[in-house]
Design a protein. Sequence first.
Length: 443
Amino acid sequence: MLTNHWKIEEGLEKQAGIKNIPDFKNRKEIVVIGINNKDLQPEWADNKTRVLVNGYADDGNLSDCVIETEKGSFNFLSIEKYNININNFERIIKNLIYERYYQQNPPFHSRLPINYTKIPISLRNFLFDIVLKLKTDPKWPEWPVEKSVELIRYLYIKSVSLLLRKRIPHVSFWPYKKKFAIAVTHDCDTESSFNNIDKIRDIEKKYSINSCWNVLSNKYRINREKLRKLKDECCEIGLHGYNHDNKTPFLKKGEIIERIMSASKIMQEFDIKGFRSESLLRNKEFLELLSNYFQYDSSTCDTDIYSPVAIRSGTSTVFPFFIKNMVEIPVTLPQDYRLMRLNKTKNEIFNIWKDKVDFIRQINGAVVLLTHPDSHIFGNDKYLDVYERILKYLTRFDDGWITTPCEIANWWVERDKIVLKNGQFTNSKRATISYIESKNRTL
């Protein structure tokens, strides 16, 4: 998985003698990864990073990186003379990006006999706050930035560079020599969203941004004329689910398929390739089922707090990854509604987004912004200025690839097929090569 992520030159992993140490003490635990070897330290992470593990092996106080627990320090990564030992890293990353660390149960409101959206918003928020007070916050993953997966991936390739004493070539994460990707998306939860499309698009056009608009198939009257105009402007249309009752991921397989197929006409009409679940609700079985119908999904986030899914949740990565044959594109900037519910001011919202963009750009990830154009959320004139501020900030970078989620998915599939050998790669005319240096610490 790690080499698939980096797509390093063929043969280098074998030269480095990578060995994945199996877990001897098999227990789920939040631990600290401590970096003892300063040459492994990235500029964007501390030398102490918390991460969830499902096991760890032998003692390792003298290792290059250690797992620190209350019961002592254990080896995580050690660079030997002819090989590299990494403790259980494949399983750690899989458990994180596939969110296997919390119970993926339906929230209470999705089990109501009525659609929860019929309850007044103020009452919904009040009841949700009561539920939150009854739950314990595990304080992990970190929010709004979680670095564990990216750190483990970096430690892997950096250790290869140090052992082989040379820079390591890999397929660049984005085409056209771009450093990071940018996708602007909207979830249309109510019919009021269509009333606000034009004023939002007026802002986006100023910055040459083509956005993605995700619509519900069976809740409101879909304004096809406005969607056709969006398509004419090279925007993307995605499916946001059925009727926002938040039940879909937890229904029986046949009922889920029936809901998806009910949208077949609009999917064909607007060439819909992607899906985003209502309220970002998801589970393993649901996402795997979606892979039979969509090229990509964007129902996850890299890190989230106080969502209907769990107190803390997320894939812990700001890069796409695969669920079967489908590309999963996590939402990587905290969504507007979450920040509003946390009572963040407009300046605070902008600064949270800005700082997260800076981190994602530094590690070459994907910025995926989710806002709601509904009149009671970010379609409200009150928030249009902060929306324009973040778009202006995003587009100030010449090395950002401003694109749509569908194009990110297309590229990720293309990149996955590339083989890098002897400084040349196959299957792509727009890919480029990047390097991890053996001496400096930059990506």
